[in-house]
Design a protein around this ligand. Sequence first.
Ligand SMILES: Cc1cc2nc3c(=O)[nH]c(=O)nc-3n(C[C@H](O)[C@H](O)[C@H](O)COP(=O)(O)O)c2cc1C
Length: 195
Amino acid sequence: MSGSSSPRAKRIVGLGGTFRQASSSERLVRAVLAECEAMGAQTIMFDGPALARLPHYSPEQPGRSDEETALVDAVRNADGIVIGSPGYHGGYSGLVKNAVDLLEDLRSDDRVYFDGCPVGLVVTAAGWQACGTTLSALRDVIHAMRGWPTPVGVAVNSVEQRPFGPDGTLSDEGIARAVRAQAQQIMYFSMEPAS
Ligand SMILES: Cc1cc2nc3c(=O)[nH]c(=O)nc-3n(C[C@H](O)[C@H](O)[C@H](O)COP(=O)(O)O)c2cc1C
């Protein structure tokens, strides 16, 4: 009798956000993850406080902390990634950069860095210029690390658009559509997990 087992759920990892209580970039990443979950994915989030527990990346440091290992392992086993950053001085934040630098630990893996992996990018900034430059900078980083930035990137002007209602959920239908579209692309472009 041939056994048939259903494929495991896709694993999607989110990382990003800031220390702010109502971090808009964190909320956006979580919104994309929620859409992926609605399509059957398992998700895990590394938010601003979690990223802040990572030491400053040091290439020659012997050993890794539990927090560093958790992030590297999650990304290593991910079928798709979502990265969110605020625009800080026209670029992405140091918190996010430090986390991405740690992923240098994936350089010798069978799947190097983000090779072949869809990566959704979300940005919030107080102005449109930083929305564009930050999203573009993140795309370059993902390309450098062999990842596939999804065609849909989400950039939100947190002053003009105010995308979240008082309960923290997305209240702007246009942004919600973009978030949904990005989640669909992450799920669609990620490889089917082996059974
Ligand atoms: C240190 C710092 C630098 C910033 N630089 C810019 C900038 O260059 N351009 C811009 O439009 N907004 C800038 N902002 C505003 C943030 O990008 C904006 O408030 C963002 O939505 C914050 O994200 P969060 O809600 O996840 O904390 C800056 C904010 C901080 C704290």
